[in-house]
Design a protein around this ligand. Structure first.
Ligand code: HPA
Length: 267
């Protein structure tokens, strides 16, 4: 199925993308900065599901940035939308088939680490898969990668350090940390957040891990950026809302765009 989707996209674009980027909730406007964009709506791609979340558009934007060929996803597929794990990672496999070598994953997340503040960025150094799913369950696609892929160095050390250096030079607050994925769509309870903190997590969200597992399986170099949009449940004595997540992501958008574009310039 991913080959068919990739063929369709190849029939529209005339470049081979080098960098893929998945844009998280409220961070999609990064794609407006891509030069000579070709837009491909998910609804026109054979085998693609639809996105259903406010703040997610549902299209690929293909073009250039600093003379590098880029393919960006404005909108991703979540488990909590009812997607099969296979569908969640379909775009990653399509981007791999199109030729990307580097995948930048981004998301909005709740800060578990009490040193974080909303608006900070966490560069993902490792993750905990607490989602209850693994996208590699089922027959292995041997042409993509091995049955039992290694997960010791999932996030590329060089790219992670480059992202940290880029943030430092731009005066953007960024910390390295561990991302944990919960299935959602309900936010976590304060007791769950305490548990996750004890287990070593710094930020929590409802995405990214399946895509990263599929990307690592397929041999891509991965770097992850999480925008801390709120403090996780129970850290502050206030309820969480999706509005708050989108609002903080909107406010952080300028820093996010300069961080990612300078990073791309420096790769
Ligand atoms: N929990 C889970 N997912 C999230 C959060 C959160 O606090 N904030 C943004 N995405």
């Amino acid at each position: 199925m991913y080959k068919q989707a990739a063929k369709y996209i190849q029939s529209i674009i005339d470049t081979k993308p080098f960098i893929g980027i998945i844009l998280g909730s409220g961070l999609g406007n990064f794609a407006e900065h891509i030069e000579n964009p070709t837009i491909i709506n998910y609804s026109e791609i054979p085998g693609f599901p639809q996105t259903t979340v406010a703040g997610h558009k549902g299209q690929f934007v293909v073009g250039k940035m600093y003379n590098k060929n880029i393919i960006a996803m404005q909108g991703r597929f979540h488990y909590y939308e009812g997607n099969d794990p296979y569908q969640i990672v379909l775009p990653v496999r399509v981007m791999k088939e199109l030729g990307i070598e580097i995948l930048i994953v981004t998301n909005a997340s709740g800060g578990i680490n009490k040193d974080f503040k909303p608006g900070d960025f966490m560069i993902i150094k490792d993750h905990i898969n607490f989602s209850g799913i693994n996208p590699l369950i089922g027959p292995n696609f041997d042409m993509l990668g091995p049955r039992f892929p290694d997960m010791t160095h999932v996030y590329d050390d060089r790219l992670t350090d480059l992202m940290m250096d880029t943030a430092y030079r731009l005066n953007i607050n960024a910390y390295k940390g561990i991302y944990v994925m919960m299935s959602g769509p309900s936010y976590e309870t304060p007791a769950e957040i305490n548990m996750l903190r004890i287990l070593g997590a710094d930020a929590v969200g409802m995405s990214t891990v399946p895509e990263v597992i599929a990307a690592k399986h397929a041999g891509l170099k991965i770097v992850g950026v999480s925008c801390i949009t709120n403090m996780a449940a129970g850290v502050l004595d206030q309820p969480l809302t999706h509005n708050e997540v989108i609002k903080t992501a909107d406010k952080s958008e300028k820093s996010f765009i300069s961080l990612i574009s300078s990073f791309i310039c420096n790769i």
